[in-house]
Structures are given as C-alpha cells and as structure tokens.
Ligand binder design. Structure first.
Ligand code: CAO
Length: 431
C-alpha cells in the first residue's frame, strides 16, 4: 500500500473557523492536483480549496457544516504526487490554471463571490477576497483552449461555479450571435471615467466601497446596459387591504403571532399574478425563454453595507403570515451579514419595496437573468372620484420594470392591472 498524504486547509488569510458548504469528493474518488475538494464560505464569499496532491481519496476527514481554519486536515489520499514534490522535482513553471483568475460579476447583487484558493505548495500570499470566476482548473483549461472569456460565461453550477457545459454554451452562443448582429464589436466604446482631483476644490474624504456595493455595482451596471428595460406605472387601491392588515396585527398583538407586512401581501399577490402571466417568471437564455414552474420571490433589503436580495422560496405554498415571518428573518440576517449564498439564489421575480421610506415612483433595475422587477413606494391617501363624490382611498404606487425582449408594453400593463386588482380585493388571490 502506498503512502497516504493528508491535504489540509491552506493559508486563507485572516479567516478562521470558516464553514464548509460543499464537499466535492468521497472515498474512492480519484483527484488530480488542483481539483476542487471543498468550498468554504466566509463573510458571504466562497472559496474552493484545491487538491495539493493527486491520488485516490481514502478518507474524508470533514463533513458539511464543519468549521475549519488554516492547517485543518481535509482528506487523506493514496498514491500520486503532492504539489510540493512535483514542484521540487520538476521545477516547472507554475501552471497558468493556478494564476488565471479574473473578475466576474455575480448573478445577483449579493450573490456570493467565488474564488479558488492557491495550493499551499505555492509560495503565494494569502487569498484576498474579491470577485473572481469560480471554475475548476480543467474548466479554465477548456475555456483557454476555446478562447472563451470566463468573466463573460454565465455559471450554472452550485455557488456560481462555471461548468464545462457553461463554457460550451457561451462559445456556441458567441458563434451564432456574431453574424446575426453584424455589429463590429460588442463592447461599449465609452469615454473613460473622468479623473478629477477633487481636493483642488475643497476638503474631501475618501470612503472605499463595501464589498457588497462593489458586487452589486457590477451587476447593476451590466443589467442597466444589457437589458432594454421599460418601467410601467400603476396604482393599487389598498384601502381595504391596509385596514385588514391593521386589524389582524391588532389581534396578533394579543396572540403573539408574527406581524403582517405589506411586503408579504405584495409577495403573495405577485405570485398570483405570475401564475396568470408566466412570462414574468421567466429568464431569457439565448433564443429560449425558460419558464419557471416554481415561485421564488426575491426582495431587495437595504443593509448598512449595501443592497442584498434574499429570496422567499416556494412562496406559492406559504401563507402570508409565514411569508411575513420569513421576510422579517431574512431581512434581519441581511442586515447582520449572516445570509448564506443559498438564501440569495433562485429568484424568478423580485420586489423592491421603498414603501417604508417614501417616494412616488422609481425605475428599479432588473435583477438578471430575471425578466421583471416590481418597485413599490409609500401608499398615500388620494381623492378618487366614485361617480358622485371624491372618496379618500389609500393608493399604493407600483413601478414594474420589464425586459422588453421578453415582455411587451401591453402585457406589462395587463400584469400591473391584474396585480392592482388583486391588491384592491385580496379575495381574488384565492380564486
Ligand atoms: N406604504 C406605506 N407604508 C409602508 C409601506 C408602503 N408601501 N411599506 C411599508 N410601510 C410601513 C410599514 O407598515 C412599517 O410601518 P409600521 O411599523 O407602522 O407597520 C414601516 O413602513 C417600515 O416598513 P419596512 O420597510 O421597514 O418593512 P417592510 O416589511 O415593508 O420591508 C424590507 C422590509 C426589507 C423590504 C425593507 O426594510 C427594505 O430594506 N426596503 C428597502 C429596499 C430597497 O432598498 N430597495 C431599493 C432597491 S434599488 O436601489
């Protein structure tokens, strides 16, 4: 029996006690150098730990959820060479796969960043967490072979991991898209960002953007530029709904039940509208529209570090009280920075509610690859003519931004009208 080599967590900078959120190997698997073994999650960033030795996995020494720090043993492999030995014997230049990391925007504003840790055998500085592509060395090699820019490939693997088939799909798309557009280049030929020495004009303070702001900024910029989006405005009469909400909340004060929020009603009404207008619960994928049969609703949450979008999964199967409780809990975790990557993935439609703050309307930016997003502002009492007199009605402003490649104006307005009717008479949700 050949010697067993223990692979440990490499230098992960200032991080310690980091939970394991994915394990990619099991006893009996054969691993090659730099194959991803596990993914660690820290402060909403994920990191792959690569194999520093090749061979057959004999023992996996950790389990999902275990918290690890530098030096913690992960697996024991039998046979093959360690990276240390390889570099000592071969003294070969470092494989480009180990250095090839490029920035890539995550698919949602707050989706976890994903990076591959350097092997311990390389005398590299500890990892600095930044937006990087999340792909195994073999996928990187495949992308290089085909000339695919990994920063442009949409990941479909767990935790934003780019799979081999994602690279294939990107290349196929690039091959078919170019002749059809006939455009000389796909990049925007814009002037560089103005560089100004502001201190010439007065005192200034330099405040670095938070990590969440950097990630969401990249995503928002891409979505703003790439989606031909139109915002459609509507008003919903929520006089009865708000009266009902207040009444239930008064009753719940005695029973200790969760507080009903307008957001929870909006999520439930949106699900009902999505069921009637499935196009709004879809994603554009090349020449196909992917229609989702599930109803996962994202909601924008304002946090001290920036905007994040937690997701209520299967909102169609949940009651409004349950949704209110869950949004409250997810918003709390968002503010505390303890959301897990899975909490922010899978949305088919997003709601951005500024209703607790104010405003009369706005144009929310679609959370790609979704097809639409609903913006909501503060409800106000408005005089509404009932044929004989003006009546004070509580009116909720709705701003629906939809991708015009997927949704035409007539459809968007029908969706808005439907949503407004559902909110005006919530009994319709049960029909
Ligand atoms: N009209 C009038 N009042 C409203 C309202 C509306 N549309 N929506 C909420 N309110 C009221 C609530 O009833 C609550 O008052 P009470 O405590 O008296 O009941 C108060 O405003 C605070 O609500 P809230 O906004 O804190 O809570 P919520 O459940 O409605 O929303 C959340 C939760 C997470 C959506 C919200 O806290 C948040 O972060 N909103 C900002 C989202 C954002 O930044 N969007 C912009 C993205 S694009 O830049």
């Amino acid at each position: 029996m050949s010697q067993l080599t223990e692979i440990k967590v490499p230098d992960i900078g200032d991080f310690s006690d980091v939970p394991i959120i994915e394990i990619y190997i099991k006893p009996g698997d054969t691993v090659a150098l730099d194959d991803a073994l596990v993914t660690l999650e820290s402060d909403k960033a994920t990191m792959d730990v690569p194999a520093t030795a090749s061979g057959v996995v004999r023992e996996v020494l950790v389990k999902l959820g275990d918290r690890v720090s530098e030096g913690c043993p992960l697996i024991r492999v039998e046979g093959g060479l360690s990276a240390q030995k390889e570099s000592e014997t071969a003294k070969q230049p470092e494989s480009p796969a180990k250095q090839d990391t490029v920035a890539v925007p995550a698919s949602t504003p707050a989706q976890a960043e994903a990076v591959t840790l350097p092997s311990t055998a390389q005398k590299e500085p500890p990892l600095s967490l930044g937006g990087k592509v999340h792909a195994s060395p073999s996928v990187r090699a495949y992308a290089r072979e085909l000339g695919a820019d990994l920063s442009k490939v949409t990941p479909s693997g767990p935790n934003g991991r780019i799979l081999r088939e994602d690279v294939t799909a990107w290349v196929k798309n690039a091959l078919t898209a170019t002749p059809r557009t006939g455009a000389p280049g796909s990049g925007l030929d814009l002037l560089p960002w103005p560089k100004v020495d502001f201190s010439k004009f007065g005192d200034i303070e330099v405040r670095p953007l938070s990590r969440i702001q950097k990630i969401s900024g990249q995503n928002l910029a891409r979505n703003w530029v790439m989606i031909p989006a139109v915002t459609y405005h509507e008003e919903a009469d929520i006089t009865e709904l708000e009266a009902f909400r207040i009444q239930v909340n008064k009753e719940n004060e005695k029973t200790g039940n969760a507080k009903l929020t307008m957001l929870a009603f909006l999520i439930k009404a949106s699900v009902c509208a999505l069921q009637q207008f499935p196009t709004f619960n879809s994603s554009l994928d090349g020449d196909n529209l992917i229609l989702k049969k599930y109803f996962h609703i994202g909601f924008a949450a304002d946090t001290p570090n920036g905007l994040v979008v937690p997701v209520i999964k299967n909102a169609d199967r949940k009651g409004i009280l349950e949704i209110a409780q869950e949004t409250g809990e997810l918003a709390r975790q968002a503010r505390e920075g303890t959301l897990k990557p899975g909490d922010m993935q899978g949305a088919g439609f997003t709601i951005s509610s500024l209703g607790g703050i104010g405003g009369t309307s706005f144009s929310p930016i679609i959370n790609a690859p979704e097809a639409a997003i609903l913006g909501v502002n503060k409800s106000t009492l408005k005089p509404v003519w009932d044929g004989k007199a003006f009546q004070p009605r509580l009116t909720l402003p709705l701003s629906l931004t939809a991708d015009h490649r997927v949704v035409d104006g007539a459809l968007a307005t029908r969706f808005n009208v439907c949503l407004a009717q559902l909110l005006a008479d919530f009994r319709r949700v049960t029909l």
